[in-house]
Write a protein that binds this ligand. Structure first.
Ligand code: PMP
Length: 427
């Protein structure tokens, strides 16, 4: 039983002592005290189905015993930096991680977050090419430090920072984009940016395989191969931000980019990699990795023994419990059920995604695609009251983000859809 302070006491302290920029979901914010598998429990022991835990990094399920054991055992033994000493955890996890990547992507740099991973990837691309210009996608999210905030392209997440050398290309968004699902037409915009906005050479290109914060937006088919070709021709490196779409989430593949038939030069990852432990990584080729030998480069806690022990345990659990296969089977089933719900409720403008990375966009007018912002908040709140937690995102805040732990099952999918149906029917 929970004997900590009440929700209102916590909320009061949070308002007084924590950043005023912090936001929370729901009219009455939820106080989560325990987690197990795909469930969260509040201070009264009430159980909620967590269909948004993926965002908060949980891929194996909350408090997975094998991940917890790896963390606890290593914490009891040693927690330190691995900069100047050897430790088996960091080396073994790097080897295991490299084995999950295609081609020559074999050298791993560990960080503490996705932002740090993307900052490093950006710097590597600039050092390797000797160029400064980077192309990123409108509606993308890559982090909130100086460089990554520049690559992030949604005003909601940007401050007035100097955005040096970043060009934001048209988003190949099949639902709202100007060219619908024609990936090649959007790809032409990247070639135009190179031709008209730079001296013809660029440091690189970065994108998510499925935009997460942007509202689960899949890239139009054919887009990535064409863009990678343009970028390579301009001497740049292609960076895949797998912070949300990596680690088996998309079901059909271990990495999101694989569904597009491309092989990036640099892959960045975080969130799911540690099942809740702060960890990120940049993986690149031995040749590209050489650029960081020109000076000393280190990150005190990146790749520390405890976090890498957790990361290694995550890889083993994903494999042992066949969670990628589960994401594919349960995700496809959930997408089908949500599409049936779309046929019933006019407010559902679009259902999209892959595996257990699913978006449901709400509109008040299907023709005009008018964002149903207030309705999105209302449905989310009502679903929470009925025991289901989902996320939201997108530029207009009108897209449900369904990214549960990968142990989500068909009964959970049915419950989620039934609760959404019930809430929408009452509106
Ligand atoms: N890239 C993507 C695609 C993300 O979704 C996020 C976080 N939402 C980041 C990078 C930044 O990761 P972090 O918050 O761990 O710095």
């Amino acid at each position: 039983p929970y004997d900590g302070p009440s929700s209102s006491e916590i909320f009061k302290k949070r308002k007084e002592f924590l950043s005023p920029s912090m936001f929370h979901f729901y009219h009455t914010p939820l106080n989560v005290v325990n987690g197990k598998k795909q469930y969260l429990f509040d201070e009264n022991g009430r159980r909620f189905l967590d269909a948004f835990g993926g965002i908060a990094t949980v891929c194996c399920g909350h408090c997975h015993p094998e991940v917890v054991e790896a963390i606890v055992n290593q914490t009891k033994r040693l927690q330190h930096s691995t900069i100047v000493y050897l430790n088996h955890n960091v080396a073994e996890f790097a080897e295991a991680l490299a084995s999950k990547l295609p081609g020559d992507l074999k050298v791993v740099f560990f960080t503490n977050s996705g932002t740090e991973a993307n900052e490093l990837a950006m710097m590597i691309a600039r050092l390797y090419t000797g160029c400064h210009d980077i192309v990123s996608l409108r509606n993308g999210y890559h982090g909130n430090a100086a460089g990554t905030m520049g690559m992030t392209a949604q005003s909601n997440w940007k401050f007035n920072v100097v955005q040096s050398g970043v060009h934001h290309a048209m988003n190949p968004d099949p639902y709202r984009g100007a060219f619908g699902s024609n990936g090649l037409k959007y790809a032409k915009d990247v070639q135009d940016l190179i031709d008209y906005g730079t001296w013809g050479h660029v440091a690189g290109f970065i994108s998510e395989a499925i935009q997460g914060v942007g509202g689960i937006v899949e890239l139009a088919p054919g887009y990535l191969p064409a863009v990678y070709k343009s970028i390579k021709k301009a001497g740049g490196l292609c960076i895949a931000d797998e912070v949300q779409s990596g680690f088996a989430r998309t079901g059909s593949h271990f990495w999101g980019f694989e569904a597009h038939g491309v092989v990036p030069d640099i892959v960045t990852m975080a969130k799911g990699i540690g099942n809740g432990i702060p960890l990120g990584a940049v993986v690149t080729t031995p040749e590209i990795a050489q650029v960081l030998t020109h000076r000393s480069y280190f990150n005190t806690f990146g790749g520390n023994p405890v976090c890498t022990a957790a990361g290694h345990a995550v890889l083993k659990v994903l494999e042992k419990e066949k969670l990628q296969e589960n994401a594919h089977v349960v995700g496809s089933y959930l997408i089908d059920r949500l599409k049936s719900l779309q046929a019933k409720h006019e407010i559902i403008g679009d259902v999209r995604g892959r595996g257990l990375m699913i978006g449901v966009e709400l509109v008040t007018d299907r023709e005009l695609k008018t964002p149903a912002k207030a309705e999105t908040m209302h449905v989310m709140d009502q679903m929470k009251e009925m025991g289901v937690l989902i996320g939201k995102g997108g530029f207009f805040g009108n897209v449900f983000r369904i990214t549960p732990p990968l142990c989500f099952n068909k009964e959970d999918a049915d419950f989620l859809v039934d609760v959404m149906d019930c809430t929408m029917s009452k509106m």
